[in-house]
Design a protein around this ligand. Structure first.
Ligand code: NAD
Length: 262
């Protein structure tokens, strides 16, 4: 299904950790060259980059800060210059902050909107001319179940993720005849550092164990009672890049264990 993707280049924002890293590894296994991005310890990032390259593809790292539009534009430029093309963009970088709306720090609001929403506009804006020129492109925005439904105390995150769904639809219409598709993936809970960080605090504030947080809080709405895995998300993203998905555009695929069906 995916061998046609061999030799293409995917830029994956926020791919030094969690879902982005899982997608980078899954894509590299299909012969796709990778542009890694994200923060973290330089030696650890280099080790991940080298491990991806050892799968037989080219892999470069660019540390663009997703709150800075000029760094995003430069990253896209460097990707094309170094790897020859930019065929697939996965907008994945994201952060979280949890607080009641009337106590939500305005600077956290701005940061979440910049990283979780506006950065996707900037990568798409910079990458589209290259995709149009080559006559093929795939854009995948990692939204969330929170792009479709809300939870309390996550105003900025839920707002940004709903915004991503609107961006996905609009871009899809604009490039529908250019052989470029734009879709969102809406995961439920995945056990990545972003989620793991919330567990001890939630356990403390609710007076329950960390196991109870996983079962009764995080998986409360996930009807399968299973966390989504990064491998499952890589597989979904690969499907959206395949020829079978040529007519799937401007929509989302939920990978949420039934959360948003209820
Ligand atoms: P994570 O914390 O493991 O990874 C986030 C990545 O984003 C890291 O590589 C980090 O360095 C990068 N990043 C953060 N700020 C950045 C910035 N300013 N510039 C560049 N990179 C930056 O989180 P994750 O769980 O893998 O989340 C990835 C995406 O998936 C996010 O958009 C998140 O909202 C979404 N998501 C996660 C879950 C989940 O349960 N984990 C569920 C639904 C959606």
């Amino acid at each position: 299904m995916t061998s046609a993707l061999k030799g293409k280049t995917a830029l994956i924002t926020g791919s030094t950790s969690g879902i982005g890293l899982g997608i980078a590894q899954g894509f590299a296994a299909q012969g796709i060259n990778i542009v890694m991005n994200g923060f973290g310890d330089a030696a650890a990032i280099e080790a991940e980059r080298a491990a991806i390259e050892a799968m037989g593809v080219k892999a470069i790292y660019n540390g663009a800060d997703m709150t800075k539009p000029n760094e995003i534009t430069e990253m896209v430029k460097q990707s094309v210059q170094t790897l020859g093309s930019i065929d697939i963009v996965i907008n994945n970088a994201g952060i979280q902050h949890v607080a009641p709306v009337d106590e939500f720090p305005p600077e956290k609001w701005d940061e979440i909107v910049a990283i979780n929403m506006s950065s996707s506009f900037h990568t798409i804006r910079a990458a589209l001319p290259h995709m149009k020129k080559q006559g093929w492109g795939r854009i995948i925005n990692i939204a969330s179940a929170h792009g479709l439904v809300a939870s309390p105390f996550k105003t900025a995150y839920v707002t940004a993720k709903h915004g991503i769904i609107g961006l996905t639809k609009t871009v899809a219409l604009e490039v529908a005849q250019d052989n470029i598709t734009c879709n969102a993936i809406c995961p439920g809970y995945v056990l990545t550092p972003l989620v793991e960080k919330q567990i001890p605090d939630t356990a403390k504030s609710r007076g329950i164990t960390e196991e109870e947080v996983k079962r009764d809080v995080l998986l409360a709405a996930q009807w399968t009672k299973k966390f989504v895995t990064t491998q499952q998300l890589a597989g979904t993203a690969l499907f959206l890049c395949s020829d079978h998905a040529e007519n799937i555009t401007g929509t989302h695929i939920s990978v949420d264990g039934g959360w948003t069906a209820a």
